[in-house]
Design a protein around this ligand. Structure first.
Ligand SMILES: [Ca+2]
Ligand SMILES: [Ca+2]
Length: 216
């Protein structure tokens, strides 16, 4: 019981504590294309997430960020990737998926479809992107708990890579409206395992029952 109370107090304290925010720009970004597997576009002004055309070309945008280290007692609570879509002449929207990339062993000067590390299968976030708008993809703490080497590689792709042609263009780091990552730091608190949450929920249930019990 005391452990449950302590945890509830700690969680409340963590939620109220001051967060610190840091904004970073990509160290590397480039598009890869299945139809042009050996072509590199490191300095293109746009990043593409696309599907279609002759040969059912798949294009993914890769981005890499060097994360400012957490201060003692801190951890990354979450982050959001902001991208700014280009191509104002194309008035359409598409769903775009954000993926984590496990390997950071790539750089924009050499990145091609053939050399690109695979992205994870799990989707971090999926957002409907409109042309000429900013889109924010939220990246939860679990991503940073699993990838704690201080470098974050990400990939963006069209959610539905089938059927009709789809393309979205985003400003790249070489453009005037670079993608950016807003990283939120807060007091260190381990991410509870599911069974811990179950214990906490049961404990809060007991507290609620005690509170409702009429006084003698
Ligand atoms: Ca680039
Ligand atoms: Ca990494």
């Amino acid at each position: 019981m005391r452990a449950v109370l302590t945890m509830a107090v700690l969680l409340a304290a963590a939620a109220n504590a001051q967060a610190r925010v840091s904004q970073v720009f990509p160290t590397d970004d480039a598009t890869v294309s299945s139809a042009y597997p050996d072509t590199n576009w490191w300095n293109a002004g746009v990043l593409l997430a696309a599907y279609g055309g002759a040969g059912a070309d798949v294009r993914h945008a890769y981005l890499k960020f060097a994360l400012p280290p957490a201060r003692p007692g801190e951890m990354i609570k979450n982050a959001s990737l902001q991208v700014y879509s280009a191509d104002p002449g194309r008035a359409f929207t598409h769903w775009v998926n954000l993926y984590h990339v496990g390997s950071d062993g790539w750089n924009e000067f050499a990145l091609t479809w053939s050399t690109a590390p695979a992205h994870d299968a799990e989707i971090i976030a999926s957002r409907q992107v409109r042309q000429s708008h900013r889109t924010d993809f939220l990246i939860p703490a679990t991503v940073f708990a699993a990838d704690s080497d201080g470098v974050l590689s990400l990939a963006l792709g069209i959610a539905d890579e089938s059927g009709a042609d789809k393309q979205l263009a985003f400003h790249s780091e070489e453009s005037w409206s670079s993608p950016r990552l807003t990283v939120v730091y807060g007091p260190y608190a381990p991410i509870p395992e599911p069974e811990t949450w179950a214990t906490l929920a049961a404990g809060l249930g007991i507290l609620g029952a005690l509170r409702r019990r009429p006084r003698a």
